[in-house]
Design a protein around this ligand. Structure first.
Ligand code: 2NL
Length: 360
């Protein structure tokens, strides 16, 4: 009995002195572990007489319980002390304002697409949309582009795969938004004033070409629409888009299968210290192509060319966006990380970056 009380005193004292988790565990092992002193005593119960065992057994169990309770209490005390220490040093001012969250913005190309759409809306054009995967008829034949035309060659056009044994002509990724206008005329007839903005695809990749790019085409069909109406429309567009009073438009004779006559569209401009100025100077900015819709195209689209005529034009949106926002490489738009755009002042993309910023 005395031995048990002595053990209790010894291990309660040791527990009280244990300064950390490891020391508490060491005390537990030497008392209650497999080879601990209490365990050894437990084992000696076997050699005792039944009378001795009747008192020693419960006393040993009580010792075990007391030591376990003391050890657990010591652990809890340690944990409480650690928490108190953390609470004293780590604290949070919940009255501070939150960090500003970075917001996304509309992609510059989408912004420009919206701007252009708004300008043409003011001029009475509505927006038409259509599929990006087209039949070769809507993309080529209806536009008077013959089967042997270079733009139909494998190298320019992305063709969709057909199942083995399916010999119908393959669908294509539209190479321009003209098929949208073909579909519009087929469904709504004439007259019409529409623009068709959207993604187009050509198998081309370099400094000035990406396999996906954006185009906006315009179409105005009525009884007496002329190139003069086209020129005025483009001048109104250019001055609104580049935010200057007046931009002179120059037509250069050209050829497209879907227009006759056809004209390249140039805007008067100047380059001063690498900076583009519109509406002044002796330079010309190539902006796209245009012309009077070819009678064969009207016919294919179900519009009687003897009753109706009109103009059409196509503008590249990506280059207009680059010029307006001063971005030199088209590829920055579509296949670079956000740091690139940030370099051009799109503030929502303002993330920390390496000095110099640009890396590819
Ligand atoms: C360019 C040239 C052009 C058209 C697009 C068109 C559409 C129909 C009928 C006739 Cl439905 N023409 N579109 C006409 C002339 C030129 O685009 O260089 N685009 C960037």
């Amino acid at each position: 009995m005395d031995g048990i009380d002595a053990l209790r005193d010894k291990y309660l004292a040791a527990t009280a002195e244990a300064a950390d988790e490891a020391q508490i565990e060491a005390v537990r092992l030497s008392a209650l572990g497999k080879k601990g002193e209490v365990a050894l005593l437990m084992r000696s119960l076997g050699q005792m007489s039944p009378e001795e065992r009747q008192t020693a057994g419960p006393a040993l169990n009580a010792l075990k319980d007391d030591l376990n309770a003391a050890l657990n209490a010591a652990r809890v005390k340690l944990a409480d002390a650690a928490l108190d220490a953390r609470l004293a040093t780590e604290w949070l001012d919940v009255t501070l304002p939150s960090r500003p969250a970075r917001q996304g913005t509309i992609h510059p190309v989408s912004q420009v697409m919206d701007e252009i759409t708004a300008i043409f809306a003011d001029l009475g054009f509505s927006v038409a949309e259509g599929p990006q995967i087209e039949t070769d008829w809507h993309n080529f034949d209806a536009l008077n582009i013959p089967g042997h035309h270079p733009s139909r060659a494998e190298m320019d056009t992305f063709y969709m795969a057909r199942a083995e044994g399916d010999n119908r002509p393959p669908h294509v990724l539209r190479t321009h938004t003209s098929p949208v206008q073909i579909r519009h005329m087929l469904e709504n007839g004439a007259p019409c004033r529409i623009i068709a903005p959207g993604r187009v695809y050509r198998s081309d990749y370099d400094q000035t070409h990406t396999p996906m790019f954006h185009q906006i085409e315009g179409l105005a069909i009525d009884r007496d629409i002329s190139m003069a109406n086209l020129k005025w429309t483009l001048e109104e567009f250019a001055s609104a888009f580049f935010e200057v009073d007046k931009v002179e438009v120059r037509f250069r004779a050209s050829h497209f299968p879907f227009t006759e006559p056809s004209a390249e569209i140039d805007f008067r401009c100047s380059w001063v210290d690498g900076q583009l100025r519109l509406g002044e100077g002796d330079d010309w900015l190539e902006a796209g192509g245009s012309g009077m819709v070819h009678p064969k195209v009207l016919e294919a689209a179900g519009v009687d060319p003897n009753r109706w005529q009109g103009f059409a034009f196509g503008l590249g949106i990506d280059r207009l966006a680059m010029l307006k926002y001063g971005i030199p490489d088209l590829r920055a738009f579509f296949d670079s990380d956000l740091r690139w755009l940030r370099n051009y002042g799109f503030p929502a993309l303002d993330v920390p970056t390496l000095a110099g910023g640009i890396s590819r």
